[in-house]
Design a protein around this ligand. Structure first.
Ligand SMILES: *[C@@H]1O[C@H](CO)[C@@H](O)[C@H](O)[C@H]1NC(C)=O
Ligand SMILES: *[C@@H]1O[C@H](CO)[C@@H](O)[C@H](O)[C@H]1NC(C)=O
Ligand SMILES: *[C@@H]1O[C@H](CO)[C@@H](O)[C@H](O)[C@H]1NC(C)=O
Ligand SMILES: *[C@@H]1O[C@H](CO)[C@@H](O)[C@H](O)[C@H]1NC(C)=O
Ligand SMILES: *[C@@H]1O[C@H](CO)[C@@H](O)[C@H](O)[C@H]1NC(C)=O
Ligand SMILES: *[C@@H]1O[C@H](CO)[C@@H](O)[C@H](O)[C@H]1NC(C)=O
Ligand SMILES: *[C@@H]1O[C@H](CO)[C@@H](O)[C@H](O)[C@H]1NC(C)=O
Ligand SMILES: *[C@@H]1O[C@H](CO)[C@@H](O)[C@H](O)[C@H]1NC(C)=O
Length: 321
């Protein structure tokens, strides 16, 4: 009714304003708060959106205690870490829209000082069954670096189905490899990982090496697709771990509200239902049981907070008509 009274000129004016607002929004995304009231929404440079939070009071611990992160201020700027007493897993970023979290994980390695003597392999492993996290099968690869070495990844899928795979990399000499070559077995190799990997560890089951004189150290890791690019120098010593992988290798974890699912149409939502913002909806998680929330089309912000999804200015202009 109101809109139909507006004259041509005025309509054009409204249109121009909303276009301007639209462009402004692209530059600096608006939207409501990201954290619970009174809670920090950042740790150093990393935005911490609810259901994640710094400390139990600020996180959705009723959904999963692992949503509570530590903000470690021994670093400048401070860095968020997963609350895990035995390991320091740094969080690099968290995406609400895609249900992803990027973390840095230590790289597993073994170094030989003769054909039969090696340092103890520092196997790196995770049990994720109690956590909201799973490694993303599309965004990560199991990667092994070395000449004449077999790297293994073992673990469990879903409830407790045993899982093992690996890959073998072979080279006669450093010179038979080349920088930037794909990890197809000459200096490095890689293998895909499956969905639903609720526990995994990367390891070497080796007690001897024929290549130790020119390639003393082997590495294995689960890492984000595209992060690792082969360098001959990585075969030579501990340069890889002390250099590019100094803070670990990035892994993309899919997170979700794991122990329940989207409410069935017409059924009541449970008391713990996470998609509490108006103008939000529930989506089944892709890599396992559970669900995620998203703001409805035309809204953005945090669907896990009441009134977290805010209309963009131009859609408000149109919806008042
Ligand atoms: C943090 O952000 C500041 C300013 O945006 C930037 O200069 C700095 O390099 C960032 N630090 C890290 C560790 O990303
Ligand atoms: C999900 O797990 C949390 C914490 O373990 C628990 O408090 C909550 O009741 C569970 N929800 C469902 C639907 O099982
Ligand atoms: C911060 O991180 C460092 C290195 O990872 C660790 O030694 C220290 O214990 C952490 N501090 C807290 C409060 O967890
Ligand atoms: C290890 O090296 C020694 C001497 O270089 C050699 O005698 C031995 O056969 C080698 N062992 C293996 C398993 O290659
Ligand atoms: C993951 O594992 C659970 C429990 O075993 C199973 O119910 C679910 O269907 C699996 N999901 C996928 C995507 O494989
Ligand atoms: C590797 O190649 C470089 C340059 O092509 C050569 O100088 C070097 O001797 C070669 N090393 C070996 C072990 O063949
Ligand atoms: C290495 O492992 C093989 C097979 O398990 C075993 O026969 C061999 O004695 C081991 N060698 C050393 C030096 O431990
Ligand atoms: C969530 O909604 C936004 C905007 O409507 C959309 O771009 C995005 O793909 C959605 N996320 C998922 C995981 O579907």
């Amino acid at each position: 009714m109101l809109c139909s009274v507006v004259q041509q000129g005025a309509q054009l004016h409204v249109f121009l304003i909303s276009m301007a607002a639209f462009f402004l929004e692209l530059a600096t995304p608006v939207g409501g708060a990201m954290a619970l009231p009174g809670c920090p929404d950042k740790c150093g440079n990393v935005t911490i959106p609810y259901p994640f939070g710094i400390g139990d009071e600020c996180a959705a611990t009723s959904l999963n205690s692992y949503f509570s992160l530590i903000c470690n201020d021994t670093f400048h700027p401070p860095r968020p870490q997963v609350r895990e007493p035995e390991a320091y897993i740094e969080v690099v970023d968290i995406s609400l829209e895609h249900g992803e979290m990027r973390v840095l994980s230590p790289v597993n390695h073994i170094c030989f000082t003769s054909n039969t003597t090696a340092t103890k392999s520092s196997a790196v492993g995770y049990d994720l069954l109690e956590t909201p996290f799973l490694p993303s099968p599309s965004r990560n690869r199991f990667t092994v670096i070395g000449c004449n070495t077999l790297g293994l990844i073992t673990g469990y899928r879903g409830a407790r189905n045993q899982y093992v795979t690996g890959c073998y990399s072979y080279c006669e000499a450093i010179n038979s490899t080349s920088d930037g070559a794909p990890c197809a077995g000459m200096g490095c190799c890689e293998a895909a990982i499956p969905a639903n990997l609720t526990a995994f560890s990367v390891r070497f089951d080796l007690n001897q090496s024929k290549v130790w004189s020119f390639n003393p150290c082997f590495y294995s890791m689960v890492a984000e697709v595209g992060w690792y690019s082969f360098k001959q120098q990585d075969l030579v010593g501990l340069g890889f771990i002390n250099g590019r992988a100094k803070n670990g290798a990035p892994i993309v974890a899919d997170w979700a509200i794991r122990n329940s699912s989207c409410p069935e149409l017409g059924k009541e939502t449970s008391a713990n239902y996470a998609c509490i913002s108006s103008n939000s909806y529930c989506m089944a998680a892709s890599n396992s049981p559970g669900y995620l929330c998203n703001c409805s089309k035309g809204y953005e912000g945090n669907p896990y907070l009441s009134d977290g999804c805010q209309g963009s200015v131009n859609s408000i202009e149109f919806s008042t008509c």
